[in-house]
Ligand binder design. Structure first.
Ligand SMILES: NC(=O)c1ccc[n+]([C@@H]2O[C@H](COP(=O)([O-])OP(=O)(O)OC[C@H]3O[C@@H](n4cnc5c(N)ncnc54)[C@H](OP(=O)(O)O)[C@@H]3O)[C@@H](O)[C@H]2O)c1
Length: 269
């Protein structure tokens, strides 16, 4: 019975999170969504709002407790909250890199650890992690974002094996470029190095264009619905126009892929 199934989505105030909440609500799921600032960033009406910062142990613990106290169960967690940091590998400070991994990798880790005891007790549950195509095709000047998303993918695969026999299913969505607030909310490494200026400026302008021409985020919400309603969900779902590159990367010679990447990001004169 869909009506009794409880879904928690992190970062539901915008983009994929908001669209996923809208689509699942429309299907009769009981949906809860998190935001760091629920008063200033309202969510889809009908969504139960939980104030939560995935960077904080205390905030995650109390947010998940608030939900379980109210519902007594949790069927699906969608680890969606995240942001993108741009800056070259050498230009980015360790603190900036750590902050990126704190939200985009340790955020889902923290949330998962907080909900697993409930799912183990139920003997059922499902976790969907929003990674990125950057996990398999890293974007230059977005290396720490790619590292966080690749770590999330590898960790999800290991976790999938660990919890399968406990009745818990793990899947990962790897979106290409979509029209959300991610580009606007992008953080930038604070200490640029002049030698990289011409490359970074060209690559970031291509990135901004990709976000501007991005696909409709409802595709990700529909994919989440497909995963939740599937009897045997797969590990990976590459979605969006760029999804085909996941297969191509394994089929084509590395040099062709590398030249294509350099051309796309305008790295050669
Ligand atoms: N758009 C794309 O093309 C694309 C492609 C691949 C992957 N992704 C991934 O998709 C996910 C959703 O991004 P989006 O594109 O929908 O971007 P978005 O519109 O900027 O939404 C990001 C959401 O994350 C939340 N958030 C950010 N930091 C948080 C934190 N520390 N704790 C809790 N919530 C936090 C924000 O909520 P509050 O500010 O209200 O807290 C917001 O609701 C991200 O993980 C992103 O990396 C996006």
């Amino acid at each position: 019975m869909v009506e009794n199934r409880v879904v928690l989505i992190t970062g539901a105030s915008s983009g994929f999170g908001r669209e996923t909440a809208r689509i699942l609500l429309g299907q009769g799921f009981k949906v809860y969504g998190t935001s760091r600032n629920p008063t200033t960033k309202p969510q889809e009406s009908g969504v139960g709002v939980i104030a939560l910062d995935v960077d904080s142990d205390d905030s995650v613990q109390s947010g998940v407790k608030e939900l379980i106290d109210e519902t007594g169960r949790l069927d699906v967690l969608v680890n969606n909250a995240g942001y993108v940091l741009t800056g070259g590998a050498e230009e980015t400070t360790i603190a900036e890199a750590r902050a990126q991994l704190e939200t985009d990798f340790f955020g889902p880790v923290r949330m998962t650890k907080a909900v697993l005891p409930t799912m183990r007790m139920q003997g059922s549950g499902q976790i969907i992690n929003i990674s990125s195509m950057a996990a398999f095709l890293p974007v230059p000047f977005e290396g720490y974002y790619a590292a966080a998303k690749a770590a999330l993918l590898a960790w999800s695969e290991a976790l999938r094996h660990e919890v399968k026999s406990l009745g818990i299913k793990i899947s990962v969505i790897e979106p290409g470029f979509f029209k959300t607030n991610l580009g606007e909310a992008r953080k930038v490494a604070k200490y640029p190095i002049r030698d990289y200026d011409h490359l970074r400026v060209r690559a970031i302008s291509a990135l901004d264009e990709d976000f501007r021409n991005g696909a409709d985020p409802k595709i990700v919400g529909e994919t989440a619905l497909r995963i939740i309603t599937s009897k045997n969900p797969k590990l990976e779902y590459a979605v969006g126009r760029e999804g085909r590159y996941r297969r191509l990367k394994h089929l084509m010679p590395q040099s062709i892929i590398e030249n294509g990447v350099r051309r796309h990001w305008k790295l050669d004169p």
